[in-house]
Ligand binder design. Structure first.
Ligand SMILES: Nc1ncnc2c1ncn2[C@@H]1O[C@H](COP(=O)(O)OP(=O)(O)OP(=O)(O)O)[C@@H](O)[C@H]1O
Ligand SMILES: [Mg+2]
Length: 363
């Protein structure tokens, strides 16, 4: 598939604060591409650069094979001529306009005939599930309804590309889940390219064809499909960012690797490559817990009943590990542990990282 948005070597600083530097991203036509990263890492800045509300200090941005910003030549195409539908993070809708007027706005700007506007707006009101509320003002709508109006306004002019900066942040968990499926469905239905920004790992995995994981310095650590990002993390930062993670320090003793400072030899494939010391990374769902060995022996130092799951913190030779077990599975298999009891753990999956990487994310 051909690239529709190309960001090449882009840099942006505010005063002495270098937010983005030498950033490259290419988004393919028709895909849903998500930017995921910690607060303040530069996601909104990147969206604003692509939208044309900021100009890059260096580098070049093209949309649909047209250069829209080029720091070197000074080329710059204003936002309204970039053919983008945008939902910004900081404001959703215009407070003084009704639902109808908000959604009609981009079409009025394009000076489309009144009848055509009416037809398109009414159709979009239906698509975003706002029928019957078209004459309300935003103050008479819930946060979630306002975000739907914003989505409708972004979609109505039939853009090829949509930039959505945290469009679901005001929604409660249920509505957020519903809307993420709706966005995905709209994207498929209209064949739109979507650049989506979120904090929410679960939303990102559910909605994306590909994701980019950014670190706090605005560097891209990995680009891949949801499976690659979750199962084949490029480094410890990506692994940690994508969900609850356990890290177990592992020490080399001769040919063996032992857990922490104890004497239990790790039973898995040894790390390959060179590092002064290693950590093993795994998620709560990567572990199985047993009453008897084989496996690494530990002690339950905290047992929490969370309803559907049991949450155990296990101490293994000074290393703390969290695991999660379905309550029914625990009951049916005599795995309702009490604090202080002995247990054994085995692993379904595990990743090796250089221990230096752990220091870096813990800074
Ligand atoms: N106009 C501006 N002037 C000065 N600094 C700015 C400006 N816009 C953004 N910044 C800074 O750039 C950095 C990146 O901001 P940005 O809004 O892109 O973060 P973000 O990744 O979108 O975060 P969040 O997830 O919280 O929305 C922040 O440190 C921010 O303070
Ligand atoms: Mg932001």
């Amino acid at each position: 598939m051909e690239d529709i948005i190309k960001v090449e070597g882009v840099a942006k600083a505010y005063g002495k604060h270098q937010v983005l530097e030498n950033l490259d991203i290419a988004i393919k036509k028709g895909e849903c591409f998500t930017l995921l990263g910690p607060s303040g890492c530069g996601k909104t800045v990147l969206i604003r650069l692509i939208a044309g509300h900021e100009v890059p200090d260096a580098g070049r941005i093209s949309i649909d094979n047209t250069v829209v910003a080029d720091a070197q030549s000074g080329e710059y195409i204003p936002p309204e001529r970039r053919g983008l539908g945008i939902v910004f993070q900081d404001y959703a809708v215009w407070p003084h306009m009704t639902v109808y007027e908000n959604i009609a706005y981009p079409l009025k700007m394009e000076k489309r005939p009144k009848e055509e506007i009416d037809q398109l707006v009414m159709k979009m009101i239906e698509v975003v599930g706002m029928k019957g509320l078209e004459n309300r003002l935003p103050s008479e709508l819930s946060g979630g309804q306002q975000q739907r109006v914003a989505l409708g306004r972004a979609l109505v002019a039939d853009p090829n590309v949509m930039l959505l900066d945290e469009p679901l942040s005001n929604l409660d968990a249920n509505l957020r889940e519903e809307m993420r499926f709706e966005i995905k469905a709209l994207q498929r239905k209209f064949g739109i390219t979507v650049l989506f920004v979120t904090h929410d790992q679960e939303v990102a995995l559910a909605i994306s064809d590909r994701l980019a994981i950014m670190d706090a310095k605005g560097h891209i650590r990995q680009i891949g499909d949801p499976y690659e990002i979750f199962e084949k993390p490029a480094d410890l930062f990506v692994f940690k960012f994508m969900g609850i993670a356990n890290f177990m320090h592992v020490t080399q003793r001769g040919n063996d690797f032992v857990v922490g400072n104890g004497s239990q030899v790790v039973p898995w494939d040894k790390p390959t490559g060179t590092a002064a010391s290693w950590v093993a990374g795994f998620r709560p769902s990567d572990i199985e817990i047993h009453r008897q060995g084989p496996g690494l022996k530990g002690t339950i130092h905290r047992a929490n009943f969370l309803g559907a799951t049991m949450d155990y913190a296990i101490n293994i030779d000074g290393e703390s590990v969290r695991t999660e077990l379905e309550t029914h599975t625990a009951i049916n298999n005599d795995l309702m542990f009490k604090e202080g009891e002995e247990c054994y753990i085995t692993f379904k999956a595990l990743h090796w990282f250089d221990a230096e990487q752990l220091k870096e994310v813990e800074e």
